[in-house]
Structures are given as C-alpha cells and as structure tokens.
Write a protein that binds this ligand. Sequence first.
Ligand code: HEC
Length: 122
Amino acid sequence: MMMSVCVAMSAVPSAQAQVAAPQPERMRALVHLVRQDCGSCHGLTLQGGLGPALTAAALRDKPREGLIATIVGGRPGTPMPPFRGIVSEDEAVWVVDRLIEGFPADGGPAAIAPPPLQPRMQ
Ligand code: HEC
C-alpha cells in the first residue's frame, strides 16, 4: 500500500502547473509576432497605441491569468482579437511571462543567432 502511494506520487510532476517553454525557433517566431503584429496595435516598442502598453511596468500588477486569457480569447467588444489558433495557451503563458519581465528584442524572422532569452525561471 505504502509502495503504491509512493509510486503514484512520484509519477506526478513536481511542478504540474508549469508549462513547457516553446522550442527556440518557435520562441523567435513568437517574439517576432509580438513585436510586429501585437506591436501594430500596442506600439512597436509596446508602449501603447490603439491597445494599452504591454511593458513590464504596465503589466506588473495585472493578474497573469487575465492577460493570458486576453491573448488567447481576445477582448470581445474591443479591437483586441483572439489569437487562439495562432498562439497556443502555453505560448500565451510564455509571452506573458516575457512581457512581465521586459520583452526581448526581435531577432527577425530568419535570424541565425539564437535569441537572447533566459530559460524559464519558475
Ligand atoms: C487590432 C489591434 C490589436 C492587436 C493586433 C493586438 N491587440 Fe492586444 N489589445 C488591443 C486593445 C484595444 C486592448 C484593450 C482592450 C480593452 O479595452 O480591454 C488590448 C489588450 C491587450 C492585453 C490586456 C492588457 C491589459 O492591460 O489588460 C494584452 C495582454 C494584450 N492585448 C496582448 C496582445 C498580444 C500579446 C497581442 C499579439 C499576439 C495583441 N495584444 C494584439 C488591441 C490589439
């Protein structure tokens, strides 16, 4: 009995809520997407435009879940479109975490050098 409990517990990942970070190539594509497509409304420096600023300072106190849901589902009744199908939920988590810490520079769609990204810390 004890054994099976131990086995069952060890099968559960210790950080279940954690999502896998995208592959490096996909990270680069996401950074480019945010800088270009999101930037068309949120400003090329993400300081705000038609949409509000997406800088670390602007997002720091906002609930992460709401920001993630906004990216995936959009904000009905506002110009914020849903990115479901373009950006997965896990990728939206990754994007929000990067926005909160200060979004990385766009390496371009076909950059050869790896992007200057930190591995996920939490
Ligand atoms: C067509 C214009 C447009 C595009 C493109 C767009 N947004 Fe938005 N976004 C908005 C507007 C407008 C709002 C504010 C909605 C409201 O009034 O609540 C918003 C809100 C947000 C919010 C919530 C901010 C807050 O302070 O609560 C986040 C996060 C966000 N957008 C992220 C993104 C990301 C990431 C992308 C690209 C994947 C993106 N947006 C693309 C227009 C846009």
